[in-house]
Write a protein that binds this ligand. Sequence first.
Ligand code: AMP
Length: 422
Amino acid sequence: MKYKAPRGTRDILPGEVERWQQLETRFRQYCTLYGFSEIRTPIFEHTELFLRSVGEDTDIVSKEMYSFQDRSKRQLTLRPEGTAATVRAYLENNLSGQPQPSKLYYQGPMFRYDRPQAGRYRQFHQFGLELFGAAGAAADAEIIALSHDFIRSLKIKEVNLELNSVGCPDCRPAYRDSLLSYLEPLAEEVCPDCRRRFAVNPLRVLDCKDEKCRTLAAGAPVLEHFLCQPCAEHFNQLRRLLDRLAIPFTVNPRLVRGLDYYTRTALEFVCPDLGSIAGGGRYDYLVEDCGGPPTPAVGVAFGVERLLLAADEAALQQEAVPPVFIATAGENLEEEALALAAQLRSRGIAAETELMGRTLKGQMKQCGRKGYDLVLILGQKELSQDLVALRDMRTGEQKELPRKQVLDTVEQLRQAVETSAR
Ligand code: AMP
């Protein structure tokens, strides 16, 4: 074999792709239910956008971006996440000038030079929600409620919603100072990454995965005690709303998230064996930082691969209705088969014809292997009498039908199968 897919990427094959499609459909249904509309942005953006929004000191920007120069020497980057591009599109297309809030969702591949492992890829996929223009905790609650409903529909066994407030530019500096006073004497004990974080963003020490750092972080001052009154009220209000909606959560005072733009709410849906399956929060200054008017916003992104790993097998199963197979018994019947397939397809019934020149026996064997249930058999002699054979593979029953009854009969049988699949 000469070529392999690049490390950290994978093919999604027939047999597996159906679960992806089910998941995508499910996500869309919940978005529609909550009044979110889809936005599709380019796969690559100007590198500058991510430097400015995600933050130069974040892991994503400093270690994980796929950046390149195009032939006109533009610095471009394959998108590592969806929020920055959505903000850019929201401003560039003047969605901010339309009645607010703007409720948007996206889905598609993201790219990070991460260390590949189970559920972690270099090209991975996210579903995301972004809600622009609403400052109140009800907007956070709406993002969380949609996420909760969608995740619950997947019957994931153990999933916990973790919440925190990371404050705002008014109250965070005091916390940062207090945290630094606590951490500085421990400089020799934390990991080298965290020592570097002291200077750029000490809050990120709180969610370091290193065992030693975690133990040290457990004794750190708690952010919630430093929240200014509006931030504290926002956090309280959000908790009240979630209680009212019967959405369970736990407050994790060490949840700070790896991106720079979060203010107030930080949230993560966590599974014990997979880690975070979705994460997000409020980002009230990002739109302004990207050159727009002051615009509060809140969003979340789901890792599709992880949702698929975590989802219950049965929750994404749908009985696929197989195509009707049009078999040919003898030479020169291809044209007749194609014409009949076209008629079935025009009635919305999936149909396939023989393209490999197999014998009738070979075709029937193939239908058995593929799990096809209905086979129409065209034979020269029968056609000359205006007859077509219909074989039900489930019962082995075969009968001859007048040519003009074929479409109606197949349609009735298909409807019966679809109803029972439902
Ligand atoms: P983030 O954009 O880092 O907040 O991540 C949001 C979600 O995307 C996470 O909860 C993961 O489920 C998923 N995710 C992030 N990075 C990867 C990756 N390299 N491979 C697969 N999923 C990922």
